[in-house]
Write a protein that binds this ligand. Structure first.
Ligand code: AMP
Ligand code: MG
Length: 491
């Protein structure tokens, strides 16, 4: 049996300046630790064959499969506001693209597969811990219904990578609808290569925004499309308590997927100013700052597209500002609508936004757990005697006062208690990838070569909205001594 990837590569057919041709670097002793079998099937790959030693060699970058056209993509980016004209895939290789069962083109990329011409001082490798973290969180995001890159496989390489200490090396197989970023446009913009920007924009429209083909002003429409998808994406992040942690323009996807899981984390207690990333000292990428940063990143994209808008610079800028102006409303519409659903409102009335804001403010003051407050509120919608929501608040009386107003408001709608509870449980997960759980999984894998906790966590998170009584403890916030205060980049 040989592993067959039905590659249909398109990016590697773009001009040479878009990438470097580079194969993954062979590793010593690859061992498959996780294959995402349903995703393999979705991609038209045979999971049984991928689980053979030959499959592990491919997923570790030791063997390049037939039909692959391995490249490292070029990009630039603003990192924490500082522009870096050349970044690129420093530790990732795009094997190629396949068309999945839904007809969607998907990149298959190895992350941690060795150095490339874009590695700068890096070793091109990834450590096991961050690979497991990305696997867990990206698949959890998928299960939550949030656009995201996905994880097809994780392999250990049999080699060590040197960070502060020697750690087991690993490779993640990442699947994305593409790896084109805001930074990809910036790479050409800083080089004043307008032809390349147009080429890239045409590729992106055909691939991600086919509905815009034939639009009167396709590049304007493209910017509008990315603005809309990013606004929607960030709203979804906020609605589940997700903090990306490193929203640099090179980590901002043009397709509107969540990409580059580094120091990301879900918050436990609700705190709009929450930051976990050890390198985000200024709180630039704090939870509540994410919409503002998304717009900042989109503004960088708009700057790249100006030469395609008009030869008249002033007119181009005015057009861009117009399009970017839609971000705020698109974001707040999505966010407010999501919040209304989270508190079980079926209709929209004056005063709803204030009611919801008062809940959030009370949660912040009382260090209420974000996920459990909303989930348990759903229980209270079904049965007013259920009081686990109020138990999330340091001063439960503050919740009681709010809950009285909430019951008055929901009573204005005809839906039954059971209907309201079902609707709320469908949008308020009970299981999220809590940081302390991820840390425990990584410790077991790295220190004891024990992957059972990883398997169990991945399994629970695949059904985040289902009560899973056997795994109830996975819903619990960390005990004080389990709290993770900082997360680290995967490098
Ligand atoms: P990230 O923070 O993961 O988005 O990475 C920022 C840039 O650094 C990207 O261009 C990465 O490809 C590159 N990079 C990160 N880690 C490594 C590494 N270990 N070796 C080489 N390049 C890396
Ligand atoms: Mg990155």
């Amino acid at each position: 049996m040989t592993v067959h990837f039905p590659f249909q590569n398109s990016y590697s057919g773009l001009p040479d300046s878009f990438f470097a041709r580079v194969a993954p670097t062979p590793v010593a002793a690859p061992r498959l630790i996780k294959l995402n079998r349903p995703l393999a099937v979705q991609l038209g790959l045979d999971p049984d064959v991928l689980e053979t030693p030959e499959g592990a060699e491919i997923l570790a970058g030791k063997t390049v499969p037939a039909g692959a056209d391995p490249i490292a993509m070029a990009y630039a980016g603003h990192q924490f506001g500082q522009f870096v004209p050349q970044l690129g895939d420093g530790r990732a290789v795009l094997l190629g693209e396949v068309i999945d069962k839904d007809g969607i083109r998907r990149d298959i990329q190895l992350k941690g597969s060795g150095p490339t011409p874009f590695s700068r001082r890096g070793d091109g490798r990834a450590a096991l811990g961050p690979v497991l973290r990305e696997y867990i969180v990206s698949e959890a995001m998928f299960a939550l219904g949030i656009p995201t890159t996905r994880s097809l496989a994780a392999v250990v390489t049999g080699e060590h990578v040197i960070r502060e200490t020697a750690l087991p090396g690993a490779v993640l197989t990442r699947v994305a609808s593409s790896h084109i970023r805001v930074g990809t446009f910036q790479f050409f913009a800083v080089r004043r290569d307008t032809d390349a920007i147009r080429r890239l924009a045409d590729h992106v429209i055909a691939r991600h925004y086919p509905e815009l083909l034939g639009a009167e002003r396709p590049y304007h429409a493209l910017l509008g499309g990315v603005v809309a998808r990013q606004a929607d994406l960030v709203a979804r992040w906020l609605l589940v308590g997700f903090i990306h942690g490193v929203m640099n323009t090179d980590n901002s996807s043009i397709s509107g997927e969540t990409i580059d899981y580094g120091p990301c984390a879900f918050m436990d207690a609700y705190n709009p100013a929450q930051v976990f990333s050890s390198i985000d000292e200024m709180g630039r990428y704090a939870y509540a700052n994410q919409p503002r940063i998304a717009l900042w990143n989109l503004t960088r994209l708009a700057e790249c597209l100006l030469p395609l808008f008009s030869d008249d610079q002033e007119k181009a800028v005015a057009d861009a500002q117009d399009i970017l102006g839609a971000f705020s409303e698109t974001f707040s519409d999505a966010y407010q609508a999501g919040l209304r659903k989270k508190v079980g409102l079926f209709t929209e009335r004056d005063g709803d936004d204030a009611l919801i804001q008062d809940l959030l403010d009370t949660m912040a003051k009382n260090q209420a757990d974000f996920t459990l407050t909303f989930r348990k509120l759903g229980d209270a919608a079904g049965d007013p005697a259920a009081d686990d929501a109020r138990a999330q608040f340091m001063e439960p009386a503050a919740f009681d006062e709010w809950a009285r107003r909430w019951h008055e408001r929901t009573a204005l709608e005809p839906q039954s208690a059971a209907e309201r509870q079902a609707a709320m449980h469908a949008v308020n997960p009970i299981f999220i990838p809590r940081n302390h759980r991820i840390e425990a999984v990584i410790q077991a894998a790295v220190n004891d070569n024990n992957y059972a906790p990883f398997e169990e966590l991945v399994k629970v998170l695949a059904k985040p909205f289902d009560d899973q009584p056997d795994y109830a403890a996975y819903a619990d916030p960390p005990l004080p001594d389990q709290r993770v205060l900082q997360t680290f980049c995967g490098t």
